[in-house]
Each structure stands twice: as structure tokens, then as C-alpha cells.
Design a protein around this ligand. Structure first.
Ligand SMILES: Nc1ncnc2c1ncn2[C@@H]1O[C@H](COP(=O)(O)OP(=O)(O)OP(=O)(O)O)[C@@H](O)[C@H]1O
Ligand SMILES: [Mg+2]
Length: 294
């Protein structure tokens, strides 16, 4: 969604003023209503934009593009800012658009686990050139046969198959993978998994947060409530959660970029921070300009 009224209300499937100028108001209304129903987002009409999660905003963007009834939909990594569940839902919606509305879709995507089963054709590019193309299974088989490292990014079903099977066409979807594995395990019963090694971190805490509470505005709801965390030296800690769960806010609190209204953070040594939006770190248009200064 691009344009928002003064009251910052979200309007699903909105056309830009230039696009809207080509159509009569009843046509626009009908298209918007159709798309809102198709996406199941009719109850978002009068919501504030800030109430929508990242996944919902991206779905709204898609609905507004689809209201133009394009014959071809081109998407450049549309799920890059979405959590895994929102991304999976978004790609499933693209599959529905393709199946039910007959829209041709051209998608660049890193989440191949979800995108491969949807695609009828896949092309792999490398250094500006076409490496191989074909059905997902053909592309997986070709990458594996050439020993290309890109095979490591293929869906799990393909990788499990490739680890044990020498020939044939590889499975693409979870269902195909399950069918193949069920048949394969009759002759090759699976072994139990080895236990995970447990690690010991003797050096004590390097970062400690105690009872952190935070909200962005005085009258807004708490985004972080009672956060307690101890990071030991050498630990690798993954923080997970859906869009808007408060991950970035928590990291900013731990890094000292935001101040909690209650609670304390203590740390040893320096903290390096890499923000979610890479543009945040670019202070000049050209690297040369920074380089010359030093
Ligand atoms: N600068 C801000 N001002 C006001 N509210 C904010 C601000 N930044 C984030 N929020 C709100 O705080 C909540 C947590 O946002 P946060 O960015 O920490 O989530 P997240 O888990 O990192 O989400 P994502 O997976 O999309 O990166 C959300 O409801 C968000 O709308
Ligand atoms: Mg975040």
C-alpha cells in the first residue's frame, strides 16, 4: 500500500491515483472488494497501518497490485522481511493467485523450500548467466550431477534423496519426499540419531539483562515485558519470533541503543551491532567518500 489518508487508515487493494484515474469509481470499488474477498482481508478496511504485522502489510501490497488485474506478476524477493510462517503463507497465496486467477508469476526467491513446489519452471543464474533451467526436479538433478554448491539450497526432500540415492528424478515436495522415504526405508531401516554434544561455558556472563520493560511511547503498550537474559562467553543464542514479536526491540535494548524504562543491562567488553535494515549503516552514497576521509 502506498497512499494513506490523513487518519493513516489502511485500505486494502488500493490503486494509485494515476491508475485509479483510468477507471470509473464503481469499477474501482468492485475490484477492491473482489480482491479484499479473495485475500480474506475485508476486515482490515478501517485498521491503522501500525496495527498490521509485516506479513499483513506485504499481503496488502500484493492485494493492491492484484486489484489492477495484471496478466503477469513480477516479484523480487517479496518474503525477505517476513518471518517463516508469514513467508510460507504469502507464497501459498501466490500459488492460489496462479492457480485460481491464471496470473503468470515471475518470482526471485531464496526460500526454495516453499517456492520450488509452486514453480512450474525454474532458472538458476550465476554471474549474470543462465546456469540451468527446467522443472524443479530437473534443475535439482542437474545441480546435483554437476556438484554445484547451490544444491545445498534445494528443498529438504531433494537433499535427503541426494544423500543416499544415486539415480532417478529427485522428489521436490514434502509429500513426494515422504513417499520416496517410506519406500526407501523398507530396505534401509533408519538408525537412531546420535546424541547432541553438550557444551560448557566456564567464563561466566558476557551480557546480562534483568527485568527489562520497554515501550515506544508513554501511552503505548509495552513491547518488551520483563525480559531476563544471560549470555555466556562463546555462546551462540538465536532469538526467534513472528513479525512484530519484539526481536529487534529486544536486541536494541541489549545493545544499549534503546533504554528500558525499567530493568538493567550489564555487559563486558564492546558490543558490535548489525541492524536488520542494511541501509542503516550507509552514511554516505559512495564508499569512496568515507575512504577519502580517513
Ligand atoms: N520505532 C518504533 N516506534 C513505535 N513502535 C515501534 C517502533 N519499532 C517497532 N515498533 C513496534 O514494536 C513492536 C515490535 O517490533 P520489532 O521491530 O521489535 O519486532 P520484530 O520481532 O523485530 O519484527 P520483524 O520480524 O518484522 O523484524 C511492533 O508492534 C512494532 O510495530
Ligand atoms: Mg526485526
Amino acid at each position: 500500500m502506498k497512499t494513506i489518508s490523513k487518519r493513516r487508515q489502511a485500505r486494502p487493494a488500493r490503486l494509485t491515483p494515476r491508475e485509479a484515474a483510468q477507471y470509473e469509481t464503481p469499477v474501482i470499488r468492485q475490484r477492491v472488494a473482489e480482491m479484499a474477498a479473495f485475500f480474506g482481508i475485508e476486515n482490515w478496511f478501517y485498521k491503522n497501518v501500525t496495527e498490521l504485522s509485516g506479513g499483513q502489510k506485504q499481503l496488502l501490497n500484493l492485494a493492491s497490485v492484484m486489484a489492477m488485474q495484471p496478466s503477469v506478476l513480477i516479484l523480487d524477493e517479496p518474503t525477505s522481511q517476513l518471518d517463516p510462517i508469514a513467508a510460507s503463507d504469502f507464497l501459498a497465496t501466490l500459488g492460489r493467485i496462479n492457480r485460481e486467477l491464471g496470473t503468470t508469476i515471475l518470482l526471485t526467491e531464496h526460500r526454495l523450500e516453499d517456492a520450488f513446489p509452486l514453480a512450474t519452471r525454474v532458472a538458476v543464474m550465476e554471474e549474470g548467466k543462465l546456469l540451468c533451467s527446467g522443472t524443479p526436479a530437473e534443475v535439482g538433478t542437474a545441480l546435483r550431477a554437476s556438484g554445484h554448491t547451490m544444491f545445498l539450497a534445494m528443498p529438504t526432500a531433494m537433499r535427503v534423496w541426494a544423500a543416499v540415492e544415486q539415480e532417478g528424478i529427485c522428489p521436490v515436495t514434502v509429500r513426494e519426499g515422504r513417499d520416496w522415504l517410506t519406500a526407501y526405508s523398507v530396505e534401509h531401516p533408519p538408525c537412531p540419531l546420535p546424541p547432541e554434544p553438550s557444551r560448557v561455558y566456564p567464563d561466566g556472563a558476557v551480557l546480562e539483562a534483568s527485568e527489562l520493560w520497554f515501550k515506544y511511547e508513554k501511552d503505548s503498550p509495552d513491547v518488551v515485558r520483563e525480559l531476563n537474559l544471560t549470555l555466556k562467553r562463546g555462546e551462540f543464542y538465536a532469538l526467534m519470533g513472528g513479525n512484530g514479536a519484539g526481536k529487534s526491540t529486544s536486541l536494541k535494548l541489549l545493545a544499549g541503543l534503546l533504554k528500558p524504562y525499567r530493568g538493567t543491562v550489564t555487559h563486558q567488553g564492546t558490543i558490535g551491532v548489525l541492524p536488520q535494515n542494511p541501509q542503516t549503516l550507509f552514511v554516505k552514497k559512495q564508499f569512496r567518500k568515507i575512504w577519502r576521509r580517513s
